[in-house]
Write a protein that binds this ligand. Structure first.
Ligand code: SF4
Ligand code: SF4
Length: 452
């Protein structure tokens, strides 16, 4: 079979065998949960509750009037114990609503029982009966953001500019980061919810076609989805070569559709909407039940974790609780990351809460570059060969350190998606991505100064 792919990329040891065969287990949230009012790209929410208020599970507790934002909801029932700043897994601190769990899981009265029969005919009849605007409204009210990590509010993607016609919805089931298997397990354990959600997303934007793209290292999911797709003529399954960063939006689009998103452009500019695979399950629950996004699969893994596993976790539970649910650490971790090891965000405390975009939390006994000095560039060109954006990482890292704004623009520094492939492959262990991140901030600052 010929697999779809893109030019460049790397093949790190994916370590998915630590968790990919084990069914997801439900995690029971403990005493207090912490819901950040900023969990998405866009404006943070303002609190809708006060200290001392009783809240239901699924009750909206924060929202913003800004279009690019997503409301947040309580993931347990209980009493608001504090509203204060707290460390955030995305970096820095954010205002959070603390809720004392009463362990009753009393549902918000707006949430209905799941009434849809999960078979192809019922799903199609149900989707046909709905209005596109209603789907977008329910997605917005349920606070659904992309669950692959970027956490972009989905209702914004479902409302593309009027001059962009979306013909195809591309569902991202690549999960190309090493260690992460939370999407893989979702594909195996709730496939019909995913298919129903994909149809709902397509209906919302009036797209005719749906492509579900899965990396070749998930043969059981591919087999299951190809069999199921026989009952859905609008859905095809695209099998991707296992390669990092195959799941990054532009690389995925290029591999599956051969369309090229212009520099600084959006998938909608080339007729596409891309969303993460388990986000589709959340869409189905939101539309059928009015259930907001308050829980998700999280992979807890890494060589420091005693019993790596996938957990079904409420938003707001701390990382420490999840590590405890995996029997703690083999030895004290030197590095903790939210997301995958390549693009994930390093954490300075385990007392940060799970947010809507937390696909995994990883703990390592030592960072990849631990104990190594950065060497000088030997001009081997390996970083250029692997860059999926066809950039020159070696030159960009040098211009970044020298803060050469003009050169950085000439070499398209802002097209770097910080995938880390260049750093991974560099035999001299040069901190290329860190340098480029600095270069990007230098360019942004100079643009802001120019605009003043
Ligand atoms: S891979 Fe490292 S050593 Fe080789 S050209 Fe790139 S920066 Fe230089
Ligand atoms: S330059 Fe940027 S896009 Fe290219 S490999 Fe390095 S991190 Fe990835």
């Amino acid at each position: 079979m010929k697999f779809k792919t893109f030019k460049g990329g790397i093949h790190p040891n994916d370590k998915k065998e630590l968790t990919n065969k084990v069914p997801v287990t439900k995690h029971i949230p403990l005493d207090e949960i912490i819901i950040p009012l900023r969990q998405h790209i866009g404006a943070p929410c303002d609190p809708l509750v006060n200290v001392g208020d009783y809240v239901y599970m699924g009750q909206k507790i924060g929202e913003s009037q800004s279009f690019v934002s997503a409301p947040v909801h309580s993931s347990v029932s209980g009493t608001v114990s504090a509203i204060k700043s707290h460390p955030h897994p995305g970096g820095g601190e954010a205002m959070c609503v603390f809720i004392k769990n009463d362990y009753e899981d009393k549902l918000d009265p707006s949430i209905k029982p799941f009434s849809l029969e999960l078979n192809p005919k019922s799903i199609k009849d149900y989707v046909d009966s709905l209005d596109s605007a209603d789907i977008v409204h329910k997605v917005k009210e349920s606070g659904i953001t992309g669950m692959g990590g970027a956490a972009f509010p989905l209702h914004v993607k479902l409302s593309p500019p009027s001059d962009c016609k979306i013909d195809t919805v591309l569902i991202n089931g690549a999960e190309c980061e090493p260690y992460l298997t939370s999407d893989h397990r979702a594909m195996l354990e709730r496939p019909q919810l995913i298919f129903a959600g994909a149809l709902l997303v397509a209906k919302a934007v009036n797209a005719e076609k749906i492509i579900i793209a899965i990396e070749s290292n998930k043969p059981d999911a591919i087999e299951l989805f190809e069999e199921m797709a026989k009952d859905y003529p609008e859905i095809t399954i695209g099998v991707l070569k296992t390669k990092y960063p195959q799941g990054s939006e532009k690389q995925l689009i290029q591999a599956v559709t051969k369309r090229q998103v212009p520099s600084g452009g959006l998938p909608a500019n080339v007729g596409l909407l891309v969303t993460n695979i388990d986000t589709c399950s959340a869409v189905t629950r939101a539309v059928v039940m009015n259930m907001p996004l308050i829980e998700r699969n999280v992979t807890v893994s890494g060589d420091a974790v005693k019993s790596p596993k996938n957990l079904l976790v409420r938003v707001g539970v701390t990382f420490q609780q999840l590590f405890d649910a995996c029997d703690g650490f083999i030895e004290e971790p030197k590095k903790i990351v939210m997301g995958g090891p390549m693009m994930g965000i390093a954490q300075s405390t385990t007392e940060v809460p799970v947010i809507k975009g937390t696909s995994g939390i990883l703990a390592f006994t030592k960072p990849e570059t631990y104990g190594k000095e950065e060497g000088t560039c030997i001009k081997c060109g390996k970083c250029v060969d692997v860059c999926p954006m066809r950039l020159m990482p070696n030159a960009l890292s040098i211009f970044s350190r020298m803060e050469k704004v003009e050169k950085l623009n000439d070499y398209h520094v802002m097209d770097c998606m910080e995938c880390g492939s260049c750093t991974y492959i560099c035999p001299q262990r040069r901190f290329i991505v860190q340098h480029i991140k600095h270069g990007k901030s230098v360019v942004k600052n100079s643009q802001q100064k120019g605009n003043k």
